[in-house]
Design a protein. Structure first.
Length: 345
């Protein structure tokens, strides 16, 4: 029997054609009229538009047939295991799906389903965001824009990144790319990784590598700190007032991991006190960031609406991963980026 692939979020027609071309044994179902419509390129959540009863019935009939899902069905997250009982594999469009799978209970209610992530797809855009943020603060770009807005001419001296220390907490594919780009600027790069046994730091573009037990030792050196760790029970609130106080005065703080990694009130206090030069935040404890959050109005904060990883090329890259995994699935080979539901990544 031909495996049935159901595409559950909007995808450009040329990428749908690429999926269909993988193997003639595949039956690929794509009904964009039943999907949430994207508001920008690679918007996988889309604008919520209610389906008619007839449309919902049609969509559920497709779910019932599916063996493979391209993306999670965000319109039926609670009922997905019952509505898609035949699904053996879900290819996510995000890298950090561990907490989502756990909170929805899919690790228990879909025990025979494999979940694969989009790990690596977002490495370049996130690395570019990190470098942009470090340059913005160290080159005093935000004050420059404010002076321009009020037509004020005041010369100043910034600094450069060469020989500054960057600490990356969570050195996976994204962390490795951040490190590679930072080294191109002459930075010294230190990594903190969950497992270090047998890992050669130079292979990750690192000057030094520490395990979680040496986090404090790394933070004391962090003139620039990038958080990329996944949200797990072990990493939740891993950076609080104590950890922030370890950072050198004038450090730049960047979070592209998850908002739950950080004690947000403690971060706000470190920014207000001047201990931190600035923070570039792509993720927050509550999203969207509430309008009453002090972070919106702080002059030493860059608020990015969880978009640092999003590129107009993202769907192309995710489709590359999915097509390779489809070939592996059909050949009975291990899938790339398989989620470990126990570890959460």
């Amino acid at each position: 029997m031909s495996p049935v692939v159901l595409i559950a979020s909007y995808l450009e027609p040329e990428h749908v054609d690429r999926i269909r071309a993988v193997d003639e044994r595949l039956e690929v179902l794509y009904t964009p009229e039943l999907l949430r419509q994207p508001q920008y390129p690679a918007d996988h959540k889309g604008l919520a538009v209610p389906r008619s009863p007839e449309q919902e019935s049609r969509w559920r009939s497709l779910l019932a047939r599916a063996d493979i899902l391209f993306d999670f069905d965000l319109t039926n997250t609670s009922d997905l295991p019952a509505l898609a009982p035949n699904v053996r594999w879900v290819q996510a469009t995000s890298a950090g799906i561990g907490e989502f799978v756990r909170t929805k209970g899919y690790d228990r209610s879909m025990p025979h389903t494999v979940f694969t992530t989009a790990s690596g797809v977002h490495a370049q855009p996130l690395a570019e965001f990190c470098v942009m943020a470090m340059l913005a603060f160290h080159k005093k770009f935000l004050p420059t824009l404010r002076d321009q807005g009020r037509r004020h001419w005041q010369r100043f001296a910034g600094t450069d990144l060469r020989e500054q220390t960057l600490v990356i907490v969570g050195v996976g594919r994204v962390g490795k790319e951040v490190a590679r780009v930072a080294r191109a600027f002459g930075m010294r790069v230190v990594g903190v990784k969950r497992t270090t046994a047998g890992v050669v730091p130079a292979d990750l573009h690192l000057d030094e590598l520490y395990g979680p037990s040496d986090l404090a030792r790394a933070l004391c050196q962090a003139e620039n700190l990038v958080l990329i760790a996944p949200h797990t029970r072990e990493t939740e609130q891993m950076i609080g007032a104590t950890e922030l106080a370890l950072l050198p005065k004038g450090a730049v703080f960047i979070n592209i991991g998850r908002g739950a990694l950080v004690d947000e009130p403690a971060l706000i206090e470190a920014l207000r006190s001047g201990h931190l030069l600035g923070a570039a935040l792509d993720v927050f404890q509550q999203e969207p960031l509430p309008s009453e959050s002090p972070l919106w109005a702080m002059e030493n904060v860059i608020v990015c609406p969880h978009s640092a990883s999003t590129s107009d090329r993202e769907n192309q890259r995710i489709t590359d991963v999915f097509c390779e995994n489809l070939r592996r699935f059909l050949d009975g080979r291990p899938l790339l980026n398989r989620l470990n539901t126990e570890l959460g990544f």
